[in-house]
Design a protein around this ligand. Sequence first.
Ligand code: FES
Ligand code: FES
Length: 172
Amino acid sequence: MADRQLIELTVNGAVHEILTEPRRTLLDVLRQDVGLTGAHAGCEHGVCGTCTILVDGEPVRACLMFAVQAEDHDIRTVESLERDGQLSDLQQEFSAHHGLQCGFCTPGFLMLAEGFLAQRPDADRGEIREAVSANLCRCTGYQTIVDAVTATARRRREAAPSTEDSGKEEAS
Ligand code: FES
Ligand code: FES
């Protein structure tokens, strides 16, 4: 057996010590060693995106990254979205807009959208459509996924204090 290496992974804010062979993917280590099975193994060669997670806020295909490369990075999986038994706003909109059918692709779309909206909170529907086209879904036809992400973007914008309001707060 190849030499194994002790690594520390920070996943959803918790540190995990893992003894692993360097050839293993981050996806396999997350699912088999950390016990987080939300990121799914689909094509396992970078095409479908169902394994998408966030690494330092960037959507990354976990099947294309070795676990040893993820040391010293902040990893977020789909399990981080739900808090205290409450679905996140994005998950709620996927539910409300029927953004899933079989659900196999859903963890990847959620994390892809989460990373995209964090970077592009003002994205319009066309930009969201282009962003989610990075991942594959066999069931939905994509429209309901675009609807869900667009609704989340709108909801977050409505919930955020306007620039005018925050300017007033800073001035007061
Ligand atoms: Fe990683 Fe398909 S399982 S891209
Ligand atoms: Fe089935 Fe997307 S909901 S693959």
